[in-house]
Design a protein around this ligand. Structure first.
Ligand SMILES: [Zn+2]
Length: 183
């Protein structure tokens, strides 16, 4: 066994950007594991509420901060149990920065067979389509087999009752990112 630093938030071997580290003995084979991928260095403005870069801010006014960033689907579940989780701030409007947009389906899973049970009132329950998005306030356009079925703003779910059969569900965000599910 060898004693190494572990990232307290992720449980990975601590990397250079991890803030809270704990020392723990691990088996020597565990020394080959990758360092924590979720603590990343981000560049923030003085208010620490926006990400900036040198296109819009003086180098001296940029603060480099370590931030715990999870992919959207993980973030969705982690956030519900961890009130202290703060999503990565977005770029300030005057910055030319690349915002990495990520969206994923939370439900349904791909190639899933879904049964819509009847409720006590005899009505068929809805299928609730749900996605996680790195910008939670995005406008989402929903399609069922290429037919537009609705638009949601601020919320990332939509209830539908599709007919029995094979369906392709598509969600497109306001800047054209697209994800699909076959059920
Ligand atoms: Zn970490």
């Amino acid at each position: 066994m060898t004693e190494i630093s572990i990232c307290k938030e992720s449980g990975f071997r601590a990397g250079p950007n991890c803030k809270n580290k704990i020392e723990q003995f691990v088996q020597n084979s565990g020394l080959k594991t990758k360092p924590c991928p979720y603590h990343v260095l981000v560049h923030l403005d003085a208010s620490k509420s926006y990400r900036v870069n040198t296109s819009c801010e003086n180098l001296t006014a940029i603060s480099n901060t370590s931030w715990f960033v999870l992919p959207p689907l993980m973030e969705f579940y982690y956030k519900s149990k961890n009130p202290f989780y703060k999503s990565l701030p977005s770029f300030r409007n005057d910055c030319t920065g690349k915002e990495e947009i990520n969206m994923e389906f939370i439900y349904p899973k791909d190639n899933n067979i879904i049964f819509l049970p009847k409720g006590l009132d005899g009505k068929i329950n809805d299928l609730v389509l749900k996605i996680a998005h790195s910008k939670p306030k995005s406008i989402i356009y929903w399609y069922l087999n290429k037919h537009f079925i609705g638009k949601t703003t601020d919320i990332l779910y939509l209830a539908i009752i599709p007919k029995e059969g094979k369906h392709i569900i598509t969600a497109v965000d306001e800047i054209g990112n697209e994800i699909k599910r076959t059920i």
